[in-house]
Design a protein around this ligand. Structure first.
Ligand SMILES: C[S@@+](CC[C@H](N)C(=O)[O-])C[C@H]1O[C@@H](n2cnc3c(N)ncnc32)[C@H](O)[C@@H]1O
Length: 265
């Protein structure tokens, strides 16, 4: 079965194909998903919120050392797209560089349809609601899988990487970025976990690298950037919240990476 055939078996609500995976039964992860819903409900109403998809994808393109033509004619899956995803940015930069086949997946895709910004998703994209740990798609389908700022939100990062490995073509590439806490902040992880209840994982950089190694991914390139260099503190945040942001942006970094599958010896 190919991608189109697999997708066509699923039920559909407006633009989104829906897969009812057992992963959704996990209460602990549902707590994080509810937090994510609240975050976006708040975010889209913020007076200074500007989705700006082009600006959103610029750091990733720079740190992966690619331009949008990288995706042209490829079969691509984005996992954890959020309400508009990486390819809204590609579409605004150069429509002609959109992938030949594009699946944009998020565990909350159906929920995101209520937001006007979801109309920024390119028309040729297949919109799929499914968890990255369990995708209703055939083995070895994708040249590129892209997952930005999602690894630390998933239910189970091992199952997530196993599934990516299953879905990638043998010579495919995984492009990702993920937040991590710096080595200095590691002793404070129990406190960070208490304050930041939005993330299921609080990795350090070595944790992420070990995770990739465990699943036989080869990190072809990696760049880490402190959050304060690329993220903006919301203007309307109250003083105490602004202080938390300032501390958070100094003890957290983003790891941008490109990986491929290690060859079997
Ligand atoms: C922080 S948002 C990032 C959104 C977007 N990629 C960005 O960079 O702005 C994380 C997204 O991952 C999704 N997510 C969380 N767990 C997931 C899972 N197991 N499978 C697929 N998506 C997941 C969330 O619903 C959310 O939309």
């Amino acid at each position: 079965m190919d991608i189109q055939e697999s997708i066509s078996q699923l039920k559909k609500n407006k633009k989104v194909y829906i897969y009812d995976s057992d992963v959704y039964l996990n209460q602990k992860w549902q707590h994080y998903q509810n937090k994510e819903k609240k975050f976006w409900e708040y975010e889209v109403k913020r007076p200074d919120y500007n989705s700006n998809p082009k600006e959103h994808i610029r750091p990733s393109l720079k740190h992966w050392n690619i331009d949008t033509s990288y995706f042209k004619d490829k079969t691509v899956l984005e996992i954890g797209s959020g309400p508009f995803g990486f390819f809204a940015g590609v579409s605004q930069m150069n429509k002609g560089h959109l992938p030949k086949v594009l699946v944009m997946a998020d565990s909350l895709m159906e929920f995101y349809q209520q937001f006007e910004i979801s109309n920024l998703i390119p028309e040729n994209a297949i919109q799929l609601q499914a968890p990255g740990e369990d995708m209703p798609l055939p083995d070895g389908s994708f040249d590129i899988i892209l997952t930005n700022n999602t690894l630390d939100h998933v239910k189970n990062c091992d199952d997530f990487l196993k599934e990516i490995k299953r879905l990638l073509k043998p010579n495919g590439h995984l492009l990702f970025c993920a937040h991590f806490i710096t080595a200095i902040a590691k002793p404070f992880k129990p406190i960070i976990k208490k304050i930041d209840t939005n993330h299921s994982y609080h990795f350090t950089q070595p944790d992420i690298e070990k995770l990739f190694d465990r699943h036989r991914f080869n990190l072809i390139s990696k760049v880490s950037v402190p959050l304060y260099k690329e993220e903006m503190i919301p203007l309307e945040a109250k003083f105490f919240k602004k202080c938390i942001y300032v501390i958070g942006f100094h003890i957290m970094q983003t790891l941008y990476g490109v990986a491929d599958l290690k060859r079997k010896n």
